[in-house]
Design a binder for this molecule. Sequence first.
Ligand SMILES: [Zn+2]
Length: 70
Amino acid sequence: MIFTLPGGVPRLACDECGCHWFDRMSDCCYECGAEVSAEAKEEYLRALAAFQAGKTAVPAPTAGNRSSKN
Ligand SMILES: [Zn+2]
């Protein structure tokens, strides 16, 4: 499952117990030992990419440019 931290940062959590800690060597949950599914990892990467895209794609609202050319 994917958690969203305050500030919008996505965080991968165990589907079984909700724990946020994983053994990176084996991609297993520290708490219950459940494997992180490829689906969960993909979902997390998508969420992370969306978060980062959103962060960088937002233009500064106070830039001095008047209305952009339409
Ligand atoms: Zn777990």
